[in-house]
Structure formats: structure tokens, C-alpha cells
Design a binder for this molecule. Structure first.
Ligand SMILES: C[S@@+](CC[C@H](N)C(=O)[O-])C[C@H]1O[C@@H](n2cnc3c(N)ncnc32)[C@H](O)[C@@H]1O
Length: 290
């Protein structure tokens, strides 16, 4: 990213979950942590909760209403709680999928692969423009990509920063986490200001039908109270920004039978039972996008 972009966005990997200037917010009208209450467990976490509430412009409450969506600081870190459920970013849940025999068969890893001959010995560079809780980014990082993660929702970005911090202390994850960098901000702007040319841009925006799908694990429905589904205009803007970053390919995750993102026909797709990865190889891309 250029220095001007850095002034407007926050590199959360470097700064942890502290501070974020107002102008890096995704949606000024909605407010940073709109609808979220910050709470804490144990007096020892009060100061961090106060900081988080100030940063998100969210109210602080020791005892939020039972139906409230709350971001709770506790001794384990940060959790999103509500409706009797709790969601914490936990990258160690991914460990079984990172075993080399399984990792190379992951559809995302196959879809994102870049020929070694195109890289001249350097690591492949990916931008995950819809980072969420970072599980897909972790797959890419474990497969050797240097991953820049962009996330526009400040509450989700805070949960991801917390997950990364804890994962960095897990020996089996530390190497991959060291290749992951989180930037809070909107990808439509950030992709135009990366300061490097990525090999792959990855898009996994939430589609309207995913919001209430029975297939969505119950605790992830908490997250969907924060996310806005990606409407037609958002899809077009996101894809245009991804292509404008001049990657060798754009990889788009879709439900197996879901419609194309912004109606864009892929160069090829890799499909599984639940998901499909549409790969767009721009005509101008150099060699190497398999
Ligand atoms: C379906 S989730 C992605 C899940 C992710 N692939 C994972 O492995 O956890 C979509 C995420 O993209 C974020 N998002 C959507 N549009 C965005 C944009 N234009 N810029 C940055 N983040 C965006 C949403 O806030 C949400 O967290």
C-alpha cells in the first residue's frame, strides 16, 4: 500500500486491535460498530473494553440486554456473543485441513495455484479482499502465499485480529500466520492502492441467499447480523477493483450451484459439493495462472 493509503487504513497485524481512525470506516452512515455493544468479563478486562468501545463508537455495558449483539473482552480474548451463542475467531480449528496431504487437495488451494516457473523463486502474493474470519486466508498462507487480508467491517476485523494474535502462539500455525497481514478497510478502494501487484485476488462475498441458509452453522448466524449481503452493484464494484489490481487471476468462491459473481464468465471453475471456485484469468495476465 502507498503511504497515503496507510494513513487512511489500519494495518491491524502491526497494530493489533488497537485504534482505527474514523476515516478508515467502511460506512460512515452505519457507524463503525453499529448495533454492537461492548462488554467484558472480569474487572481486569475493563480498560481494554473501554478502548474497544471508544474505537468502535459503541456503547459499553457490563450487562447487555439478552438479545443484544455484544463484543466481549475476556481472558481468552474477544468473542461475539448474542442469542445465547458465542463466536470466537479460532484458526486452530483449521489444523486438520492444513496437513500437507489434505491442503494440496483443498479446492481453494488448487484454484489459486500459480506455476512456480512464473514466480522466479519468490512467494506467490494473494489478496483476500473479503477476509471474514480468515479461514480461507489461512489455507492460502499455509500453501505458501503471502496474504494481504482486507476486511471492511470493524467488528469482524477486530475478531480476526484477535484470532491471528492467538494463532501466532500456536507452533503449527505460526509460520502461516507470519505470512498473513490484516488491513481494515473497503477492498473497492484498497485494491486500487496496494502498492504491489498480486498474483491472485480472492473474493468470497456473502450472497443474499447465504444469510438465512440452514447450511450456515448456528453461531455463524451471529456474524451475519453484522455483514451486509453483497448486492449487484457491490459485486460489480468488487470484481472491477479486483481486475484493476492486475492479478494473474481472480478466484471467486460461490455456492456450488450459485450464479456467477456480477455475471462474469470464468475462464474455468473448480467445483465441489458445497462450493465452486470460479477463476478469471485476464487476457493481459502473464503466464503462470494454471
Ligand atoms: C462470506 S465472508 C468471507 C469469509 C472468509 N472467506 C473466511 O474464510 O472466513 C465475507 C466477508 O467479506 C467482507 N467484505 C464484503 N465486502 C467487502 C469489501 N468490499 N471490502 C472488504 N471486506 C468486504 C464482509 O464484511 C465479510 O466479513
Amino acid at each position: 500500500m502507498t503511504s497515503s493509503a496507510h494513513e487512511n487504513r489500519r494495518d491491524m497485524t502491526r497494530d493489533g486491535i488497537q485504534g482505527c481512525p474514523d476515516d478508515c470506516r467502511e460506512d460512515g452512515a452505519r457507524g463503525a460498530g453499529a448495533g454492537v455493544v461492548v462488554t467484558f468479563a472480569g474487572a481486569g478486562n475493563l480498560a481494554r473494553a473501554q478502548e474497544m468501545a471508544a474505537r468502535l463508537h459503541a456503547p459499553l455495558s457490563e450487562h447487555p440486554e439478552p438479545d443484544a449483539l455484544a463484543l466481549r473482552l475476556d481472558d481468552e480474548g474477544l468473542a461475539l456473543v448474542g442469542d445465547g451463542m458465542e463466536l470466537r475467531g479460532d484458526l486452530s480449528e483449521m489444523l486438520p485441513r492444513l496437513r500437507p496431504d489434505r491442503l494440496s487437495r483443498e479446492l481453494l488451494v488448487r484454484a489459486a495455484r500459480i506455476k512456480a516457473s512464473a514466480l522466479a523463486g519468490r512467494a506467490p502474493l494473494a489478496v483476500d479482499a473479503t477476509a471474514g474470519l480468515g479461514t480461507d486466508s489461512l489455507l492460502l498462507a499455509a500453501a505458501g502465499f503471502e496474504v494481504t487480508m482486507l476486511e471492511r467491517d470493524p467488528v469482524i476485523a477486530a475478531l480476526l485480529a484477535d484470532a491471528l494474535e492467538r494463532a501466532a502462539g500456536v507452533p503449527e500455525l505460526a509460520g502461516a500466520v507470519g505470512r498473513m497481514r490484516l488491513v481494515e478497510g473497503d477492498s473497492v478502494a484498497a485494491l486500487g492502492d496496494l502498492g504491489f501487484v498480486p498474483d491472485v485476488v480472492y473474493l468470497d462475498p456473502m450472497f443474499p441467499q447465504r444469510r438465512k441458509s440452514a447450511a450456515v452453522k448456528k453461531k455463524f448466524q451471529l456474524l451475519h447480523r453484522l455483514e451486509r449481503p453483497c448486492g449487484e452493484r457491490d459485486q460489480e464494484e468488487l470484481l472491477r477493483a479486483a481486475l484493476a489490481a492486475s492479478p494473474r487471476k481472480v478466484v471467486i468462491k460461490r455456492p456450488a450451484k450459485g450464479p456467477l459473481l456480477a455475471g462474469a464468465k470464468p475462464s474455468y471453475s473448480i467445483a465441489g459439493k458445497a462450493a465452486r471456485y470460479d477463476c478469471i484469468v485476464p487476457a493481459t495476465a502473464g503466464q503462470g495462472a494454471e
